[in-house]
Design a protein around this ligand. Sequence first.
Ligand code: ATP
Length: 215
Amino acid sequence: MNMDHSKIPQATAKRLPLYYRFLKNLHASGKQRVSSAELSDAVKVDSATIRRDFSYFGALGKKGYGYNVNYLLSFFRKTLDQDETTNVTLIGVGNLGTAFLHYNFIKNNNTKIAMAFDINKEKIGTEVGGVPVYDLNKLEEHMTDDDIPVAILTVPAQAAQSITDRLVALGIKGILNFTPARLNVPEHIRIHHIDLAVELQSLVYFLKHYSMQEK
Ligand code: ATP
């Protein structure tokens, strides 16, 4: 199906991942069709908006039938580029890094950890979860092509900034930072920071706070 993406309003485009996730669940549960009312209920968008959004995709619901789930799903898959795999590199094959290498990201969102790096001689040259672990000193040798736009950082905090600088020099576009370090990067680079210790602490804080109010 050919479509001019520039014709889809931004507000509609923003709702696409929401629709997509819901339709995947529907499909997994074996449903063949869905009405705009059901969709509306699930994604909390009014059904007139859903019908208008879907008309941009060339999906016209039939009265008393609704929308064909398979059709919509294949449309969303194409539109959201979910058929394309994004390669990721992981730096720091410790406990957390090892867990990520064993975890199959590709099942959920079509990202694939293609290579990993560490400084520990015992880890260099091994494979973890099917992913080769290389010497961090050879980062520039291995990351030669432009096909790894994302890095996951699971190194000790004090190593994070200098590794980040090297990744930036290599043209990385986004970093998922699991270290407690705050990273300095040029504006065009996107950093998502996940500090697990802080997240856990804040959850515990909110639980305590909440239960105090209840007492
Ligand atoms: P975690 O559970 O946080 O992954 P860990 O306790 O297993 O960590 P850390 O000391 O946090 O181990 O180190 C994580 C990984 O990063 C280890 O495999 C270690 O060899 C590696 N590492 C340590 N320093 C550096 C560095 N400067 N550059 C790259 N990797 C490093």
